[in-house]
Design a protein around this ligand. Structure first.
Ligand code: ZN
Length: 438
């Protein structure tokens, strides 16, 4: 019997990259078989890589009603038809729930959470955060609409992108939550700020094509023309998010106010090419000590900075997470470079696998983009979490340098970090992983 399977067998299942989709309390595809589709088929339709070249996105749109049905069944708690799957499913669900109890920990492993939730990390994490903040009750959100909205968001991320996919969005949302919990923000942010902050994090890269803005411009992509070559991707993410909000009617009962503009202003802040503008404004506020979080404009600015930090916080995570993200983002960059080479376009330097290495890309990114931002953030929010992030950043940079200079060293990096962590004295700036929640 499956219920009597040795734990090791289940662990092996969990370690597979793609756990075979099972009907799940945590699955957005629950009840698929009730509509004449097996769980696997439902997943197949919702995931472009297995749906083949025939406009998977349009198929997903057409299946919007299907998603609605699935969501309804989730909320009505209709049990899975296959008791065998249900037993295994309980195992996943239980572990995922345990993880959510520690969702504020900085060492939260989003990759594991994604496997435990059958690839539904964004839906489950965001739903959990909305619920735990009491936003559902406060804003009288329809739970079916909310779940349907989150499923649509998750499905509009392209799962074939190695990096810019729904797991990245879930990771950014988790990081955003950690920042929202920081004392200065927790004491001053309104429920509306929290709602917008989480929404912006979950949608900030919606429908990312897996290539950058210069690529869209030089290939005359319609999005580049539509947004006049300016924050092309970010504008698209924002407009896509607004479209899904309308389609789901999640907030249709609330006054419109400036919600859409605020959401846009948060998402647009993630445009890395405008980093210096935001950074100098942040620095100027910190120098003058004039940030007043009772002021709505200042709170909004801090939300922008928090989202920017959340978006590029990979190098501030523990080494094992940092390393996985680095591999994924490099794979996406190099894939763009390969397309450019194949079509005789100028190869973007960052995307050229012939002249670049993962270590060099990371060291440059950490030194010129991440470090300056997180140094200012830690001036604003001088907490244990900020020191932990800077500690990881410094260790990880060292790790990439060792890997570059001595290729074999990278693999032993994790155990090395553990040794460093154990050896540190209590005055060290490097605090234990996951110290945030303690
Ligand atoms: Zn992003």
């Amino acid at each position: 019997k499956i219920g009597e399977l040795p734990t090791g067998w289940r662990v092996r299942l969990l370690c597979q990259q793609h756990v075979c989709p099972l009907p799940s309390l945590f699955s957005s595809h629950r009840g698929g078989s009730d509509h004449g589709m097996t769980g696997c088929n439902t997943i197949g339709v919702s995931r472009p890589e297995s749906a083949g070249p025939v406009s998977a996105r349009n198929v997903r749109r057409l299946l919007s009603f299907q998603r609605y049905l699935n969501s309804s069944q989730f909320l009505r708690g209709i049990p899975a038809s296959d008791p065998l799957s249900y037993i295994l499913d309980d195992d996943y669900t239980g572990q995922a729930k345990l993880m959510l109890e520690k969702v504020g920990n900085w060492n939260f492993d989003i990759f594991l959470f994604d496997r435990l939730t059958n690839g539904n990390s964004l839906v489950n994490l965001t739903f959990h955060l909305f619920n735990s903040y009491g936003l559902i009750e406060l804003f009288q959100l329809d739970m079916v609409k909310l779940r349907r909205f989150l499923v649509m968001i998750q499905e509009d991320y392209r799962s074939q992108n190695p990096y810019h996919n729904a797991v990245h969005a879930a990771d950014v949302t988790q990081a955003m939550y950690c920042y929202l919990q920081e004392p200065k923000l927790a004491q001053t942010l309104t429920s509306c700020d929290l709602l917008l902050g989480l929404l912006a994090a979950a949608t900030h890269d919606l429908d990312h094509p897996g290539v950058n803005q210069p690529f869209l411009i030089k290939t005359d992509h319609y999005l580049a023309a539509l947004y006049k070559n300016s924050s092309v991707l970010e504008n698209h993410h924002w407009k896509s998010a607004v479209g899904l909000l309308r389609e789901s009617a999640l907030l249709s009962h609330l006054p419109t106010e400036d919600r859409s503009e605020r959401l846009g202003s948060l998402i647009l802040a993630t445009d890395i090419s405008r980093q210096n503008d935001y950074l100098s404004e942040f620095r100027s506020h910190l120098d003058k000590e004039d940030l007043c979080l009772t002021n709505g404009g200042h709170r909004h600015f801090i939300l922008q900075m928090a989202l920017k930090c959340a978006d590029i916080c990979n190098p501030c995570r523990p080494w094992k997470l940092c390393q996985q993200w680095s591999e994924k983002v490099t794979e996406e960059f190099f894939h763009q470079g390969d397309i450019e080479r194949k079509h005789n376009l100028e190869v973007t330097p960052l995307c050229d696998r012939q002249s670049n290495s993962i270590a060099n890309i990371q060291i440059g990114f950490m030194s010129y983009v991440v470090e300056p931002l997180f140094l200012e953030w830690s001036r604003f929010s001088d907490t244990r979490l900020s020191q932990t992030m800077l500690g990881h950043l410094s260790l990880n940079k060292q790790g990439w340098k060792e890997g570059r200079d001595k290729p074999d060293a990278t693999n032993s990096r994790a155990s090395e970090e553990q040794r460093t962590s154990v050896a540190k004295d209590s005055n060290s700036r490097v605090l234990p992983q996951g110290s945030k929640g303690s």
